[in-house]
Design a binder for this molecule. Structure first.
Ligand code: HEM
Ligand code: HEM
Ligand SMILES: [Fe+2]
Length: 492
């Protein structure tokens, strides 16, 4: 097999399916950015595309594309590592392929309906066919059911493969996590007319996904990624994983209460939500220490520099975006002023990018490397690696720049609208027209373009990196789980 040439013969069955998921994920990532740019422009020019493609539609497509591309990336990542981890071929791969096409067509139809139909009367027909009206998971009911079916097939592939092959600590955590992840999605499907009750359950999906189940999922991917990029010892990554999972669930589950401050839920949520969510940064610190420790121990020796760089970006991005930016507004005394301002958006951008975009990109780089026959992807690349380095820089500078601009705007809103204006209408308008706010929106847009440039470069790099390279990479063999050892039985 030629090195440096894209050839599916380099991939095992699970990996062939994984690269389909990755390709769709990258396409949706581009769509996310496109619609983010449009929504941002509408802050600056409210007439722009008014009544053609309104802000609410652009915003919805922006964040739905984000959730779906990240989910595609995660599913792909599981298919990517499953055969190595289980030691056998994926069980029911044909069904898995079918689920991919079902899922992808459903997403396409949903987006086309979002764009061309956009609205409907407040009836069940709208809920079933157009839009369910729950932020981030607006997909209409028919698609919800389709997604659940696809997730069940995915779950079957994963569980059955490990059951037939072998378990490890990582796969045990992974499979249990997938049960929780799919189960939570169901919580967002109850239909109730009381808006407080509706929000109560809706947060189960949103918060418990990103602050519990997705975090555990990326913990598993990180554990595997560190073995793959650095040859880290399985015992070490598995031990860390257990500690992180315990801390994550310990703080994240009741941390849910930080969304129950102002939606009409009982007052005890102030204390519960404030206390437990304040603990949430702890596991994120553990994850940074873990990643940096492992890279240090292995003296950064590795043959896939972009993947390792993005794994490290994940460790820091997760800590700052989720941990620090989340902590800033999680106490009710502070959230009273910051709730629903651009401060929230500042945190939302840094957290989703820092925690989840980064690690997906790392896996894309691992995939392209193997797809090209385990090509060398470290020092002395044909183009000196300028593309991956610049896209890493532009993406991170872009998102951090947006985060800062939004934070300043949010700070101004908290101050002028809430503290001085007493949360009145006039306070609201005073905040929206304040120069600090308006300039913040311009800076956000400027850094949005920087981010977009980073994405363009990333796509270009992913299709070209390693092309024509003749050196092979000696990627570390992932250590097999000890048969019947602690790590193996813990997952069984
Ligand atoms: C990777 C993990 C995380 C992601 C992706 C994330 C993302 C988000 C997003 C998108 C929102 C806005 C939701 C909306 O539309 O209303 C939000 C809200 C919030 N997040 Fe996070 N978050 C994460 C972790 C955390 C952590 C660890 C904390 C606390 C330490 C935290 C505290 C909060 C709070 C208090 C709000 C409510 C803001 C408000 O009142 O407007 N988040 N988060
Ligand atoms: C081209 C760059 C981008 C621009 C111009 C942009 C713009 C926007 C705008 C205008 C909104 C609506 C905010 C509002 O309702 O007030 C938004 C929301 C959001 N964007 Fe972006 N975005 C960009 C990139 C990203 C990236 C890279 C991510 C994460 C990976 C992201 C995640 C989010 C999230 C989570 C929300 C919802 C925040 C909330 O509910 O508070 N965006 N974005
Ligand atoms: Fe939360």
């Amino acid at each position: 097999m030629a090195i440096g040439v894209l050839d599916s013969a380099n991939l095992n069955g699970g990996q062939k399916l994984a690269v389909k998921y990755f390709t769709a994920a990258v396409a949706l990532f581009v769509a996310q950015i496109l619609f983010g740019i449009l929504a941002g422009l509408q802050y600056l020019m409210p007439e722009f595309l008014y009544n053609v493609l309104d802000f609410n539609v652009n915003r919805m497509v922006h964040i739905n594309a984000m959730i779906v591309w990240m989910l595609f990336g995660f599913i792909g990542a599981v298919y990517w590592l499953i055969e190595d981890e289980a030691g056998i071929e994926v069980v029911g791969l044909k069904l898995g392929n079918l689920a991919f096409w079902l899922f992808t067509s459903a997403v396409t139809v949903v987006v086309v309906v979002y764009l061309f139909i956009q609205t409907g009367p407040g009836t069940d027909t709208t809920r079933w066919l157009i839009n369910e009206g729950r932020e981030y998971i607006e997909a209409p009911r028919w698609a919800d059911i389709g997604i659940v079916v696809c997730m069940l097939i995915f779950f079957y592939n994963a569980a059955a493969t490990f059951m037939k092959g072998r378990w490890s600590g990582i796969s045990g955590v992974l499979v249990l996590d997938l049960v929780a992840l799919a189960g939570l999605y169901l919580a967002g499907m109850f239909y109730v007319t009381n808006i407080s009750v509706d929000q109560y359950w809706w947060w189960w999906v949103i918060h418990l996904w990103v602050e519990a189940t997705w975090e555990v999922l990326v913990g598993c991917i990180m554990a595997w990624g560190l073995m793959k990029t650095l040859g880290a010892r399985r015992k070490i990554v598995t031990t860390w994983l257990y500690i992180e999972v315990a801390l994550m669930f310990g703080s994240g589950i009741l941390g849910l209460g930080h969304h129950y401050f102002w939606i009409g839920t009982p007052e005890y949520w102030f204390s519960i939500g404030g206390f437990f969510s304040a603990l949430e940064p702890i596991p994120l610190v553990a994850m940074v220490v873990h990643a940096v420790y492992d890279s240090g121990v292995h003296r950064f020796k590795n043959a896939n520099h972009p993947a390792l760089a993005w794994l490290i970006a994940h460790a820091f991005g997760n800590f700052f975006g989720a941990g620090v930016w989340g902590f800033m507004h999680t106490l009710p005394q502070i959230n009273l002023y910051t709730h629903g301002t651009q401060w929230t958006s500042s945190h939302g951008h840094l957290a989703f990018f820092g925690a989840y975009a980064t690690i997906n990109i790392a896996v894309f780089y691992l995939a392209i490397q193997k797809w090209r026959g385990n090509v060398w992807m470290a020092g002395g690349l044909a183009d000196n690696g300028w593309k991956w380095k610049w896209s890493l820089a532009l993406l991170n500078i872009g998102v951090v720049g947006m985060t800062m601009a939004l934070l300043i705007a949010g700070y101004e809103q908290s101050f002028i609208e809430r503290a001085v204006g007493g949360s009145t209408w006039s306070g609201y308008f005073a905040a929206q027209t304040n120069p600090w706010f308006m300039q913040g929106m311009w800076w956000r847009q400027l850094f949005g373009w920087v981010t977009a440039a980073g994405v363009v470069l990333l796509v270009w790099d992913l299709v070209t990196i390693g092309r024509g390279e003749t050196r092979a990479a000696e990627m570390p063999e992932v250590e097999a789980p000890e048969p019947g050892g602690a790590a193996a039985t813990a997952g069984a």
